[in-house]
Design a protein around this ligand. Structure first.
Ligand code: GCO
Length: 460
């Protein structure tokens, strides 16, 4: 159960989820500041105003990273800290913060992996249409170039966009994420513009930063159908697979979207794809970031009327029964996601097989929400997360042994943090955060991860 000696062990977070300091040093408002302050959008009315106060406590958190022994830390940059209006007016204190953070990571011997966009779009850009507006791609390119110029001498690992599927479909179709819109044409436009943004940003980073690696991070899953599934269920699973898994990978490797979705979206897509876009979409990927949490299930297809196509629901999720099978109900995490560790290895092998042009894979997120709290001795005995971690890593190691080019694993997450529409109600961290006192406590899973990192082995 050993991993390659040069395997990269990391942990991941995101700016809006941990930084706090939402109104400090010139930071502008993001769509998540707006959304979280909109009554009813986030559990308990929680916001990222303080979060883990990482903006002020980053040195302490880096010390904890050192204690765990991670090689690399995946952070995201808050666009509104650098360009509060989303345009070209720089906020120098924002650049200074990330220079301090990056320098402190390097001084601690921890390699920074920087995500340029982890959902905190400057609000003025959303006021102009957000990701449904093609002009946002231009603004993202300008922001990317500024980051590459400012940090590219020390940052060599770049992720352009985190989970463009969530950006597009949770933000503009279901509305459960910022900016909370429910408009199918806007979601399709955002799905195209985020793919374009990745293509444009990849080229800018490569122009500015020597010897760097650039990729995108996608939330991916395996769609599992019963052995006796009928043709309609298999068709529904394929549609969901194209929708969640293939859209951005096909674009960045081939410049084309899945045909089944081109047909499904019709002129809602063709009206936003311009001549020359295919060449922008297609890149030479250095790696693909995969966020994997759990498998998905399609038991039977369901006929729905066309009304859903323009309503507030996914046009596809309603076309199939995607409930978790009975035999996995007992494994649900606090997010009600089933625990399916073998799926991580299966997915890594599938991506390697289906998209051989991708030279390397990084698991940029994998983890689980469990509500373990400190016991009377102040210890957090998160045994379920320890099992989740070790079983998923065992599955990943098996895929590597079969040839999957997985070079890194970033646990989600370093810290308990703001879990979007769930606020602070869901705890994904290896480090427990008391959000009243900001006290950090390494959970048992952090100690287990430390042992795994030291030995490059998963305890059996
Ligand atoms: C995501 C985001 C993270 C989440 C994590 C748990 O994948 O949705 O990248 O910000 O917090 O995945 O949902």
């Amino acid at each position: 159960m050993s991993f390659p000696k040069d395997f990269i062990w990391g942990a991941a977070t995101a700016s809006y989820q941990i930084e706090g300091a939402a109104h400090e040093d010139g930071r502008g408002a993001s769509i998540w500041d707006t959304f979280s302050k909109t009554p009813g959008k986030v559990e308990n009315g929680d916001t990222g105003d303080t979060a883990c106060d990482h903006y002020h406590r980053y040195a302490e958190d880096i010390e904890l990273m050192r204690e765990i022994g991670i090689d690399s830390y995946r952070l995201s940059i808050a666009w509104p800290r650098l360009f509060p209006d989303g345009g070209t007016t720089r906020n120098e204190p924002g650049f200074a913060f990330y220079n301090r953070l990056i320098d402190a990571l390097i001084a601690a011997g921890i390699t920074p992996a920087v995500t340029l966009y982890h959902w905190d779009l400057p609000q003025p850009l959303e006021d102009a249409g957000g990701w449904a507006n093609r002009a946002t791609v231009d603004a993202f390119e300008h922001y990317t170039r500024a980051c590459a110029e400012a940090f590219g001498d020390r940052v060599k690992l770049w992720i352009t966009i985190n989970e463009p599927w969530c950006v597009s479909w949770l933000g503009y179709m279901s509305g459960v994420h910022a900016p909370g819109r429910q408009e199918l044409p806007a979601a399709i436009a955002a799905a195209h513009h985020t793919a374009l943004a990745h293509g444009r940003a990849t080229r800018v980073i490569k122009q500015v930063v020597s010897d760097c690696q650039v990729g995108i991070t996608l939330n991916m899953t395996n769609y599992i159908v019963p052995v006796d599934a009928d043709a309609e269920a298999i068709k529904a699973a394929d549609l969901l697979d194209a929708h969640i898994n293939r859209w951005w990978i096909d674009a960045l490797t081939d410049g084309q979207y899945p045909v089944v979705l081109q047909e499904e979206y019709g002129d809602m897509l063709s009206s936003v794809v311009l001549s020359g876009d295919a060449e922008i979409l297609k890149t030479e990927p250095d790696f693909l970031g995969i966020n994997y949490y759990s498998d998905s299930f399609v038991s039977t297809a369901r006929e729905v009327d066309g009304a859903l196509r323009d309503g507030g629901l996914f046009p596809f999720a309603e076309r199939a029964d995607t409930r978790v099978p009975e035999h996995l109900q007992s494994t649900l995490t606090d997010m009600e996601w089933p625990v399916t560790p073998e799926g991580l290895g299966v997915l890594a092998m599938r991506v390697h097989t289906d998209w051989p042009a991708i030279p390397a894979l990084m698991i940029t997120e994998n983890g689980a929400a469990y509500d373990d709290e400190p016991d009377a001795n102040g210890e957090v005995n998160d045994t379920r997360r320890v099992a989740y971690l070790t079983n998923h890593l065992a599955s990943l190691q098996s895929a590597i042994a079969q040839g999957a080019p997985v070079v890194a694993y970033y646990a989600w997450s370093l810290l308990d943090n703001f879990e979007w529409a769930y606020g602070y109600a869901k705890r994904f961290g290896m480090i427990h955060v008391n959000f009243h006192t900001q006290k950090r406590t390494l959970k048992r899973s952090a100690h287990t991860y430390k042992q795994i990192i030291e030995s490059d082995r998963v305890p059996v």
